[in-house]
Design a protein around this ligand. Sequence first.
Ligand SMILES: [Zn+2]
Length: 902
Amino acid sequence: MLGRLGIMLMAVGVFVLDSATISGQSIESPANFFGFEIGTDGELAHYPKVLEYLEHLAAGSERMQFEHRGSTTNGHPYVLATFSSKANLDRLDRLIEINHQLSDPRLVGDDEAMALTREGVPFYFLYATIHSTEVGNGQTIIKIAHRLATEQSDEVKQILDNSVILLVPSQNPDGQVMVIDHWYDTKDTPYNRVFPDLYHRYTGHDNNRDWFMFTQKETRMSVDIHTEYRPQLTHDMHQMGATGARIFVPPFKVPYDPNIHPLLLEGQAQIGRAMTSALLTAGKKGVIYNDQFDLWTPARQYMMYHGQPRILTEIASAQLADPFVNPAGVDRPLGPQTSSINFPIPYDSAVWRLADIVEYGEIVVFAALRQVADHKNKWLENFYRVHKDWVDRDEAPFAFVVPSDQPDPFETYELLKLLDFAEVEIHRSRSAFTADGTTYPEGSWVIDLAQPYGAFAKTMLERQVYPDLRYYPGGPPIPPYDVTAHTLGLLMGVDVDQINTRFDAELERVEELTPQVTPLPDRPDWAYTISPTSNAAFQAVTQLEDVGVPVFRTAEAAQVGDQSVAPGTWIVPPTMVAKQVLERTIEETGLVVSALDQPPNVSGFRLKDKTRVGLWRVPNNMPGGWMMWLFEQYGLNHKIISSVDFENNLADLYDVIVLPSGTTTTRIIQGLSPRRYDESWRWAYGIGPTGWIKLQRWVKDGGTLVALGSAVETARELLNLPIRPVLPVRQDRTTAASNSDQSSNSQETRRLPNRVQDSVPSVTQPPESGRSLTGFYCPGSLLKQEHNPNHPVGFGMPERWPIFFRFDQAYELTSSDDISAEVVSRYPDEREMTASGWLLGDELLRNRANIVAFNVGDGSVVTIGSQIAFRAQPRVAFKLLFNAIFTGPATSLNSTELARLK
Ligand SMILES: [Zn+2]
């Protein structure tokens, strides 16, 4: 409660009038305030103006509070408006307290809980426009807010008396500003009106795939609302393409994560039925359910593990604010025209306007609010039951253990922090103990699944077994909506054991997580050393270079006295400045630093001071956005590549160029067209054939090129690398909305990309002809991998650890007269390749190469076939990526040179 009070005090304003008779006379209608009727063709309310309006409403209505919760990545306000009856707002703290008690059944007995369900009211968390090109819902909420704040109908009074509505008007304000500003700036110009780049600085459309790694500020602010208020359901308003159904409402389609409590699926279904019913009563056509959207990945559904059904609505899109019409010029509907059990009434016109989106949105939100208000006790009771069943859990697996002796204490700490942020309780052992036949050292962490948020812990820590879903037996796979694996330990390089039998251990609750700090040793005669296994070492390295301390690595294994020195061990001269940087990193990350009084007799490298990295971030390419986030987190000396760079000497600018997945040859040569995008997009114009030749030359003259995922093909084409793809090119990659590297600037060829909205083919439609089995399918899984820790790119990796793979490629080496190649990481010579998730066609990967290092002229190339750092989630692989970046420009040293540290 204290936390909440603190936030309220910091808020810019909390407006509650004490007049009991206010009826909204002093409140302007949306049409007056914005100067147009909400939903008017061509007109979109700007986000800052929406906030002004919410403040205006809050100032005039006793049913509403308004607060600033923080600022976004680009510095816009992230706000929350709270609606309820005056009586409920007056006792808001008590209502929140009730939610907290119901969500931890250990605090209350059944009788007390039932009394609380009568005293409390359910909280309905509603947010719009996480995907910023889905502009309609951001308009709809203006009308919803106006009605909740002013309307005197029995319906609205019943809703406000029996629920609290938490409204976040935009879950991604930055993008809303970008997209709507671009819309108006390009009015009456020859330019494309769809914003062509990522509408979130780092994540773009992936911004709703971050609900377990919590990397972005907006994600964390949203989770903070869950943590503080503990709502009973969350409604996430989206839009999909214009050519399918008019609206999707729950229930979802299979598969669902079996860790989701059945009552939550039932809650989804009930809200969905209420929505469908209201739409049909209003004569609205084109509603579909049990279709398209599944419930597998926690990356999209934090709430499903925190006692709440996720209510997703997906409404068809217009052309942003302009009407969508049949491109053929006739008014014939483009979507399905046959009714079915999950699609009761087909629609009959292709025309679809902003006003339709607003109208459908308003109908479904009020239908859901009514359902919740009408059954308020049931909502609170089910909320209690879900948590109660987890607290009472008494079946295998019972717990997960995170042993205290880890290769990377930093990532171990990071993993525990993620669980802690999601409110998972963590215990620590006071002494060694045995579970499932393994003895764990003192200080090991235990995550007991019998706890309120056991569902989140279980799904994040176990290995995923995805059902083998096909259109017909032996037929093509039914695509999942998103990826199929999310096992945190495997993603982060942390050993985590599942415990299937009961065990005893002396445990204490971890109240505050801190890094395990091993103090910096006394200043050695020769150098400080750092194991290559820790990701935190890279943070230390960039900080050391920032203050002018040179950094070295050993190239081979060695033994000095009783100390083993692994290949790739970091060597830092023991200066005063180095000591300060290392002490700080140790404090922040738990990095372990050792000391050597005499040098090992091995060769090594000296890293190039402040290695200059060019990141090729083609417009609207999510892997590029994530990579930028990653480089900023680790302090790499990097810059986004611009077409203007190609007017200069590339070697004066970059030591390394990184091509994230999706950086295709066409996209870098052609880029955005100057005819469709003004000068401000010049950086993203194509480099043309001369730029292409320049890039070739730059590598051969000594540059280092690192290519990931589909960009490996770009590198192969650029330099004629001696590798050949071995997987079928066509991989049934049909999850269009979520395919990070597929989100091309297809505006160039089409009037408007459907892909800017959520869009996937329907499972109820038969597969297109040609979408047959290719013998291989991997929509996002963790696959087994062997690494060579003796190769500079593999330094610090375990000899075996899974990597992430999503619609990617694997390779075999071919011969070349002038290019040498060495495999760093490969798929093992085994039958089964899956570590977590879903894969068809294991045998095609057997013994194939994933990461290959080449010498090309005076330069070097590293190709990484699979998206090993996908969405910045498989953190164990950051080492491979950073090694690839730092190795090429480094200087080789013999043992005498290394000993001198010069
Ligand atoms: Zn969306």
